[in-house]
Design a protein around this ligand. Structure first.
Ligand code: ACM
Length: 262
């Protein structure tokens, strides 16, 4: 399976510009699955709920969804994209999987970061696993990485490749996902963004360093802090099915759930 991510700096408040850039980048990608950053068409530091309302769209009928679905069909490609999803009166910070056959699957960010709590609704999907070809994939969005349970839930559901759209700002985040990958024996594609955004007296610096990690937590590829790039790495997804840390230690079956009370 050829796995990739597109790391770039979205232009704030300019979905049309960002979507055109994404379409151009995906149009050149020779990959089976490409992961895009969180909120990849709008930028991150949205002022308030009213501003978010302007950009949120329904899945799968919204304009970003329709254009990404068209690229996937044309290029025989699967894409995971972070976007603001409108569902009735609620708005989620979602990751959406588009497959080449036209399937659209959604994960809604469970753990909202900082002031996201003021404008988004917390996700309600749990941690579903979907298929790209015969490979089981799951999605997390950015801050979900800081808790062990989301990645573990995906692994227990059979996920082989974790797709992780992000707008990371904490400088230890990339390192933590190496552990999440190793403790669950899964491949991990972290698609982060670059650049800075300012809102009033707040400035966020996004840390780049997007990465593809193999099931023992080793880096297969890491991007630069500021670079725009779309690397593609060939992986063997079946390696994520082997959960043995030693011949007698199975990372999922050996858990002492009888002792994990609190
Ligand atoms: C984050 O969850 N965007 C840090």
């Amino acid at each position: 399976m050829r796995l990739g991510f597109y790391q770039f700096e979205p232009k704030f408040h300019d979905p049309e510009h960002n979507l055109a850039r994404i379409e151009t980048a995906l149009g050149r990608a020779r990959a089976d699955l490409v992961v895009l950053p969180e909120l990849c068409t709008t930028g991150y530091l949205l002022r308030d709920r009213a501003e978010l309302e302007r950009y949120a769209e329904e899945v799968p009928s919204g304009p970003t969804c329709r254009r990404l679905a068209a690229v996937c069909a044309r290029r025989n490609l699967a894409v995971v994209a972070g976007l603001a999803e409108r569902a009735g009166s609620r708005i989620f910070n979602s990751a959406v999987l588009f497959t080449p056959e036209g399937r659209v699957n959604t994960y809604r960010k469970s753990h909202l970061f900082l002031d996201e709590k003021d404008i988004f609704d917390p996700g309600d999907t749990g941690f579903p696993v979907f298929e790209v070809g015969s490979v089981k994939v799951g999605m997390l969005v950015c801050f979900d990485y800081i808790f062990p349970e989301p990645a573990r839930s995906l692994a227990l559901a059979g996920c082989q490749v974790v797709c992780h759209p992000a707008n990371l700002v904490l400088d230890y985040a990339q390192w933590m996902t190496l552990t999440r990958s190793a403790e669950n024996r899964v491949f991990w594609v972290l698609a982060n963004r670059t650049g800075t955004e300012t809102l009033g007296d707040r400035t966020l610096a996004f840390t780049g360093l997007s990465q593809i990690v193999e099931p023992r937590g080793r880096l297969l590829y890491r991007a630069g802090m500021d670079s725009e790039e779309l690397p593609v790495i060939d992986i063997e997804p079946e390696r994520a099915l082997d959960k043995l840390a030693t011949p007698r230690n199975h990372l999922l079956d050996d858990r002492r759930t009888d002792l994990y009370r609190l």
